[in-house]
Write a new protein. Structure first.
Length: 255
């Protein structure tokens, strides 16, 4: 059984202009196995962000279904949906989404506080997570006192402290310089090697080259996918670049 099962998802938005419609996703279907590290790529307007919002339960498909661990996410309503999202999904965003009024420690603990976990459990997980990501020395600082790379590492800590089924990352290196980006991707490699499932939307070929599989979306459909297998990071980079060139030149889908 796949951890994530996306079944023929379609999304249509109505616009204000004479009742016209925009078909953001036409027919997306794929699965993600537990422990996978998958990147999603595509041009602006290809439907990547729409897909991620649906997977994050922030939007609903017009047609199709999304199953997480065999649970149809569309059937989870209101308060239960918030709890499910907090417990089962981890999120890392381009702009970090940390609260400047809370210390690093309290930012990381926030999901556990909202879930009303016992203090002993929260402290144990805080120590484990901060040690694992090398951010113990940052705990008493505030987000405005640390660098962008450190902020993103804190955001990752906050996202995985609940031990989510899957980590959803939206352009996680978008606001980082090359050195900080590489350090963050090292963190992703590390937590994936420990068993964390990752699904990352990215424009960065370098970031996607770290994944075990890359899905390409064009005009609302799955265009192609690349499996790492025994390829090196450099070989992945070259193959991803070649696929993006084909997409841009109008070559038909390979899937």
């Amino acid at each position: 059984m796949s951890l994530l099962n996306v079944q023929h998802v379609k999304k249509i938005y109505k616009t204000r202009f004479q009742g016209s419609q925009v078909e953001a996703l036409k027919d997306i279907h794929f699965t993600v196995e537990k422990g996978e590290y998958v990147a999603i790529m595509g041009e602006s307007g290809s439907g990547k962000s729409t897909l991620l919002n649906i997977l994050a339960m922030l939007d609903k498909p017009t047609e199709g279904r999304v199953f997480l661990n065999d649970v149809d996410t569309a059937t989870i309503k209101n308060k239960a949906a918030s709890s499910f999202r907090r417990e089962k999904l981890g999120f890392v965003f381009q702009d970090f989404n940390l609260l400047d009024t809370l210390s690093v420690k309290d930012n990381i603990l926030l999901p556990l506080v909202l879930s009303r976990r016992p203090i002993s459990e929260m402290m144990r997980k805080l120590v484990e997570t901060c040690n694992d990501l090398g951010i113990n020395s940052l705990q008493e600082k505030f987000p405005y006192e640390i660098s962008g790379g450190q902020k993103q590492r804190v955001a990752v800590a906050r996202s995985i402290i609940t031990e989510p089924e899957i980590l959803l990352a939206d352009e996680p290196t978008g606001a980082l310089d090359s050195k900080s980006s590489a350090a963050l991707l090292d963190v992703f490699d590390h937590i994936n090697n420990q068993g964390q499932t990752i699904l990352m939307v990215t424009h960065s070929t370098a970031a996607a080259s770290r994944a075990k599989r890359v899905l390409f979306i064009k005009d609302g459909i799955l265009y192609n996918q690349i499996f790492r297998g025994d390829k090196t990071e450099r070989q992945m980079f070259q193959e991803i670049s070649a696929t993006l060139t084909l997409m841009a030149s109008g070559v038909e889908s390979h899937v």
